[in-house]
Write a protein that binds this ligand. Structure first.
Ligand SMILES: [Zn+2]
Length: 147
């Protein structure tokens, strides 16, 4: 009997804020672990149009394929779906209307917010901070996951 194909779920990576602070540039740390948001239209990844993979800038887990990227007009890199099992969500009540925050499923680094006004086929819009991502073009090797 064939076994159902399981989505590989990354083992959580536990690191203290102090450790991340040492590993990451200050602007990336602020977004990933201090709930900062970059200025819109400030990330070069907003205009990245090559085929490839967007990985977590903290632990290097692949989060999005370029195939799921679309131009949302918001000034932040936007995707209609993450790679399977790569992000987890949490309700965020910092603004008046609740928003859904999402973060890297492996290291917990904050990535962005997901909204329900995205394009087909999912109708989802993952609005991501470019500083929380690194881009690896097809043909280049993905870096080993940070440990
Ligand atoms: Zn991560």
């Amino acid at each position: 009997m064939a076994k159902a194909k399981m989505v590989e779920v990354a083992q959580p990576l536990e690191k203290s804020r102090a450790e991340w602070k040492k590993l990451l540039p200050a602007d990336r740390y602020a977004v990933l672990f201090d709930e900062s948001t970059e200025r819109s239209f400030s990330s070069p990844l907003n205009e990245e149009e090559r085929a490839g993979t967007f990985i977590c800038a903290a632990c290097f887990l692949p989060l999005f394929s370029s195939k799921a990227k679309f131009e949302s007009g918001t000034g932040w890199p936007s995707f209609f779906q993450p790679l399977p099992g790569s992000v987890a969500t949490r309700r965020d009540f910092k603004l008046l209307l609740p928003r859904t925050e999402y973060h890297c499923a492996r290291c917990g680094g904050h990535q962005g917010h997901v909204f329900k006004d995205g394009p087909p086929p999912t109708g989802q819009r993952y609005c991501n901070n470019g500083l929380a991502l690194s881009f690896v073009p097809d043909g280049s090797a993905l870096p080993a996951l940070r440990t």
